[in-house]
Ligand binder design. Structure first.
Ligand code: HEM
Length: 482
């Protein structure tokens, strides 16, 4: 018996050794081409993923890229993230290269975890899914549609402040900002208006967002596992909404153009086929994530900077009060009002420069090519990073200083300011985001001044940035009601 155990453990040990050797060999072979960009590739599977994520957890996500730009190259360095070989493109030239070579030399790529959480992208591929999504969106994000949304945004903002802020001495901004942008997205994309219905989604969405860019280990309790479960829950809820909408469309209680959900249900592809429910649910899920999380981050950090910088608060207040005073009682904000909020938008832009909600995004090399004198092999993943320019003194003098005047006149140099990406994949929700952020700022400063409760609250990025405790603030209501 003892001999049996000895052989068993020896066999097991040799198997583990063999697996490790295969992993090491595979990892080394990923980086065996000649003249690759300089950089460190770390351990098999893990690579530098922990360094990449942990700089964010420690509150300095920009450190990952800056340390390596100093150590290896200002233009491009290699690393290994989420088990993939990655070339990190830096500076405006790197941004320009990736943005202008979309579908020529590079194509969209999402980490494995994203594909598993959104199974519809596995049936085809993320490039096709992204193209499908982009075709669906213009009708809902074009200027005429956006003009209609301004009044809705103002109404929801007013209801949001009435239900979440009124009669409170202190509030925690981050969850409230999420509630506002999510409520708006549910209303505009799905015509779901009941706040309690909306609230049912909120928690699973939080789990989904924090697990979607994580190491794809599907064990109970891992962020990835929680994200998959949360996505399943939300998908089931969405399917209920979709089925009800089908009935309403058949009974003429809903119209084919009322929102993006009706549009997805009634639109056919070039072969006359409708999208299936699962596909629609995944698309809506992606849109709800893209459409609410990023903007709520910007709103939260706007409140932080307004609380810290009274001169910035005062200038925003003046601009917004001029608009408020020009309106009759109960009159909603209009598209024209939004165009007048120039300083307020510059403040939002400066917030996105210092704390970009998305640090960057991945692409995949479609062929072998050369960049900055280095070989980039086909299949390698590529990454553009907003931090490589946003916090770089070469492009923004005194980069840590909050200065909205950077966005006056012609603004930052091309490809240096990229919170919404660039090229054909640039965020299609940019204008929508601008409007919802401005509607929030208008309603906020009209009602309150505020101060931070935790003066030195840390900012963490996991991978999306947020104040560690959610930004608790003390409210100081204005005496005069407008
Ligand atoms: C301040 C708010 C926002 C920021 C900072 C932001 C940022 C970004 C960035 C950087 C990308 C490009 C990623 C890449 O290069 O691959 C992107 C893509 C995208 N965004 Fe936004 N976004 C915001 C709001 C929105 C909103 C409100 C919507 C929807 C209404 C939206 C929908 C999308 C979609 C669907 C894509 C994917 C486009 C594609 O794959 O071609 N985003 N966003």
């Amino acid at each position: 018996m003892e001999l049996f155990f000895c052989y068993f453990f020896l066999g097991f040990f040799l198997l583990v050794l063999l697996l490790l050797q295969i992993l090491f060999y595979k990892h080394r072979s990923l980086f065996s081409s000649t003249n690759l960009p300089p950089g460190k590739t770390g351990w098999p599977l893990v690579g530098e993923t922990l360094e990449f994520l942990s700089t964010g957890w420690k509150g300095h996500p920009e450190k990952f890229v800056f340390d390596r730009m100093v150590k290896y190259s200002q233009e491009c360095f290699k690393t290994s993230i989420l088990g993939e070989p990655v070339a990190y493109f830096c500076g405006p030239t790197g941004n320009k290269f990736l943005f202008s070579n979309e579908n020529k030399l590079v194509t969209t790529w999402w980490p494995e975890a994203v594909n598993k959480v959104f199974p519809s992208s596995l049936q085809t591929n993320s490039r096709e899914e992204s193209t499908k999504m982009r075709k669906l969106l213009p009708q809902f994000l074009k200027a005429e549609a956006l003009q209609r949304y301004v009044g809705i945004m103002d109404t929801i903002a007013q209801r949001h402040f009435a239900s979440g802020w009124e009669n409170k001495d202190d509030v925690i901004v981050f969850p409230l900002a999420k509630r506002y942008t999510f409520w708006l997205a549910c209303h505009i994309f799905l015509s779901v208006e009941d706040p309690t219905h909306v609230a049912r989604f909120a928690d699973p969405f939080r789990l989904l967002v924090s697990g979607v860019i994580s190491i794809p280990v599907n064990f109970p309790g891992t962020p990835f596992n929680k994200a998959i479960k949360a996505a399943e829950f939300i998908r089931k809820e969405l399917i209920l909404i979709i089925n009800q909408r089908k009935i309403d469309l058949a009974d003429n209680k809903a119209t084919p153009t009322q929102d993006i959900l009706s549009h997805m249900l009634t639109k056919t592809d070039e072969n006359g086929k409708h999208m299936n429910e699962m596909d629609i649910a995944d698309k809506i899920l992606g849109l709800l994530i893209g459409g609410h999380d990023t903007a709520s981050i910007v709103i939260t950090f706007i409140v932080k900077y307004l609380a810290e910088l009274p001169h910035v608060y005062n200038a925003v207040y003046e601009e917004q009060m001029e608009i408020a005073k020009s309106k009759t009682a109960g009159e909603l904000l209009t598209w024209e009002d939004m165009q007048k909020m120039k300083y307020s938008w510059n403040v939002a832009c400066e917030v996105m420069r210092l704390i970009p909600p998305l640090q960057g995004a991945f692409r995949e090399a479609m062929a072998d090519f050369k960049y900055a004198g280095f070989n980039i092999p086909k299949g390698w993943k590529l990454y553009w990073s907003a931090y490589s320019t946003h916090r770089n003194p070469q492009y923004f003098t005194e980069p840590d200083k909050f200065d909205p005047s950077r966005f006056e006149r012609s603004g930052p140099a091309p490809y240096t300011y990229v919170p919404f990406g660039g090229g054909p994949r640039m965020c299609p929700g940019k204008e929508y985001a601008r409007l919802e952020i401005l509607a929030f700022m208008h309603n906020l400063v009209k009602r309150y001044k505020f101060e931070k409760i935790i003066l030195d609250e840390k900012i963490i990025a996991n991978p999306f940035p947020k104040p560690e405790k959610g930004l608790p603030i003390r409210l100081i209501p204005h005496n005069v009601k407008v």
